[in-house]
Structures are given as C-alpha cells and as structure tokens.
Design a protein. Structure first.
Length: 113
C-alpha cells in the first residue's frame, strides 16, 4: 500500500484527533499533499492541502479547528483535528491534491455526541 493513513478513532464531540499519513510522494517538496474525507456517493471531499513550506488551504468548515502539516524528510503528513463535531465523522484519506495516486486504506473518524 503506497498511501497509509492512520490515527482515526472514536472521540466525543469537542475532542481531538491527530491523523498521520505516510507516502513516498510526500518526499517531493513540489507535490501538494492533501487530506480527503469520503462523502455520499464515494465523493472524496478535500479537507486540507499543503505544499512543503507552503501556505495551507482548508475547507471552510474546518478553518480554525484543523491544522495540516508535513515533513518531507520522513515523508509524513499530519492532520490535527480539534473541536471535532458530528459532521467531521467519516473515513479520511491522504493523497496528492490532484488525487493522482492510487488510494490507500483510509482511517475512520467517529465523533459521538
């Protein structure tokens, strides 16, 4: 598996989780990495994206709560998720911003009330 996401789990609303992704493309500083969440109809919604050393971009609904970061030396990308709400539940995946790599196994985030 080329893309490996981990760190999901069950958390109460208001809690935090930190997702991790390891992928070979994250060693290329010119490739923008991103986190996606699986939605209805198998649509993968882009949650956050960042180029190495670049300005992150976020889905409006997670601004101020989620933080994306990456380490090109370790080929790892993170998504710190704070103040989680029920709408954040889902399966999270990592890929290039353009979804150019074969999808790996996502990690399930379940937010309970």
């Amino acid at each position: 598996v080329q893309l490996q996401a981990s760190g999901g789990g069950l958390v109460q609303a208001g809690g935090s989780l930190r997702l991790s992704c390891t992928a070979s493309f994250l060693g290329d500083v010119n490739i923008i990495g991103a986190w996606f969440r699986l939605g209805p109809g198998d649509y993968r919604e882009r949650i956050a994206a960042v180029r190495d050393g670049g300005v992150p971009e976020y889905l409006e609904s997670v601004v101020g709560r989620f933080t994306i970061s990456r380490d090109s030396k370790t080929k790892t990308m993170y998504l710190q998720m704070n103040a989680l709400n029920l709408g954040d539940s889902g399966v999270y995946f990592c890929n290039t911003r353009g979804q150019s790599r074969q999808w790996g196994q996502g990690t399930l985030v379940t937010v309970s009330s």
